[in-house]
Ligand binder design. Structure first.
Ligand code: GLU
Ligand code: ZN
Length: 499
């Protein structure tokens, strides 16, 4: 039997990183078993649906390189794969359940249901949920209601007859047997709404069956819907697919991952410059491990070694620091030219490079890559690290030039000397320049860092920069000397003002 799995997102918001994990687990499970990965769009909730969410889903799949064997655009033997295009199928099967006596039409008005809810809220009724009013209508009464509805052009909703006694068992590959009393299942959920739209339960079960899904890998939060779905499979007389619910993804504080912890949407991760290969690797390792020690896996390796047996039952923890570290590792694995190519869009977004980049911009970026690759955690950090290479430095505050415990006068003096130093710098080797700096520091009775600090701030505008000698060489003599001169003048002026 070929395994057939599906990722079945509802496009009602940006793709959550938890959804990405579900997609990855399904995708790798399909690949590692030589099976098929199906993408199905569960867009029956038309109120919460948005085109933007659907586009975001496609962008995310594209970014991560998760292609599908069957699904939207591509098609396949069970097309269409978009639920809103399958409404006639759901109607047909809902009617079949009514005919077989597993479901029934409910004619209750919204007012009646509303007053029922009010009663339950106020404690006047011990019932929870729908009171099954229409379940046992006499055939005459039912016919009368039908007529009434037909005459006014309305359609009854169709509800599922949840058995009143007994219990339902769900077998889960990870969590084992999950038993639920039928009396604890929501009383007679709606399968088909009066406007002909199916609910999630109906559409999901029908499609998983018709699309011959063998394994349902989905988030743990869907466990509660499992027993109802099994009752539906039984009512149809269909085989129940295998379930494997995936443990929650938590923040480090043990709470469900949310915005409070950091980025949660795939789009944010993409825009912050996480590499898809790092996300794929890191997110797959949340709640799954190969051997408790190997951390780095390429996508191709995961396609071979992924297995359900190694999923951890305990909730997975999303550690943002660890991801940053992972991402940094992946950045350093890239060839410089490849890193340059991936950085370019971020520099364009920051308006430091044009689109397409000029030859000069390309040259600067190529030179900058070796200077920043060791420190980069996210691609989006790059523009601020190298802005000074593309733009002049504008120090509006002379205080930033002064090293810790330094004075205006001493720093002004140091900058005078540094100006002469930069003029000589380009005609000497790094060793000679270093020796000159050391000598001068000694002469002044300061640490070498007290000279490097104002130099760095003058040249780059920040106290943290790539290696300063390499940076200066990349910038070239003219801007470097001009910037140090400007900084020296600024501090002189500050000294004169008595600041
Ligand atoms: N459409 C559901 C979701 O948004 C699918 C749940 C399932 O996989 O059954 O996650
Ligand atoms: Zn009713």
């Amino acid at each position: 039997m070929t395994t057939r799995v599906r990722y079945a997102p509802s496009p009602t918001g940006l793709q959550h990183i938890g959804g990405v994990r579900t997609a990855l687990f399904n995708w790798f499970f399909a690949k590692s078993t030589g099976g098929k990965f199906i993408l199905r769009i569960e867009d029956t909730d038309r109120e919460r649906y948005s085109d933007e969410s659907l586009q975001d889903l496609f962008d995310t799949m594209d970014w991560l390189g998760l292609d599908w064997d069957e699904g939207p655009e591509k098609g396949g033997p069970y097309a269409p794969y978009i639920q809103s295009q399958r409404f006639d199928i759901y109607q047909k099967y809902a009617r079949e359940l009514v005919e077989k006596g597993f479901a029934y039409e409910c004619f209750c008005t919204e007012e009646r249901l509303e007053s029922l809810r009010e009663e339950q809220k106020s404690g006047k009724s011990s019932h929870q949920g729908y009171d099954r009013h229409c379940r046992d209508l006499s055939p005459e009464e039912r016919e009368r209601k039908r007529e009434e509805f037909r005459a006014s052009g309305k359609n009854p909703v169709i509800r599922f007859k949840v058995p009143l006694s007994g219990s339902t068992v769900m077998e889960d590959l990870l969590f084992g047997k999950i038993t639920r009393k039928n009396s604890d299942i929501s009383p007679d959920p709606v399968l088909l709404k009066s406007d002909g739209f199916p609910t999630y339960h109906l559409a999901n079960v029908i499609d998983d069956h018709l699309m011959k899904i063998t394994h349902i890998l989905r988030a743990q939060e869907w466990i509660p819907t499992g027993p109802l779905h099994i009752l539906l499979y039984n009512a149809f007389g269909w085989e129940v697919p295998k379930y494997c619910h995936l443990p929650m993804v938590m923040g480090k504080d043990g709470q469900k991952l949310s915005k409070r912890h950091g980025s949660t949407s795939a789009r944010e991760f993409r825009e912050n410059g996480y590499l898809p290969e790092a996300i794929i690797n890191y997110v797959t390792m949340i709640g799954w491990s190969y051997d408790d020690k190997t951390e780095f896996f390429t996508k191709d390796e995961l396609k071979k070694v992924f297995s359900l047996e190694k999923i951890n039952k305990a909730p997975g923890v999303f550690d943002y620091k660890k991801l940053d570290w992972f991402n940094g590792q992946y950045i350093r694995k890239l060839q410089p030219e490849e890193l340059r190519r991936r950085l370019l869009p971020f520099l364009q977004k920051a308006k430091l490079c044009s689109d397409p980049p000029t030859a000069k911009e390309n040259e600067i970026l190529t030179g900058a890559v070796p200077l920043i690759r060791e420190r980069l955690k996210k691609l989006a950090d790059a523009p601020e690290m190298i802005r000074f290479l593309f733009e002049g430095v504008h120090l509006n505050d002379s205080a930033s030039l002064i090293p810790k415990n330094g004075s205006v006068e001493a720093t002004a003096g140091a900058l005078q000397w540094l100006y002469r130093f930069t003029q000589a710098f380009f005609g000497r080797s790094d060793e000679e320049n270093e020796a000159a700096l050391r000598e001068e520091a000694e002469r002044r009775g300061v640490k070498i860092g007290d000279l490097l600090h104002p130099l760095r701030v003058a040249v780059t505008g920040t106290a943290v920069s790539p290696p300063i000698f390499e940076t200066m060489r990349l910038l070239g003599a003219e801007p470097v000397c001009a910037r140090v001169k400007a900084a020296a003048d600024l501090l002189n002026a500050a000294g004169r003002d008595g600041n």
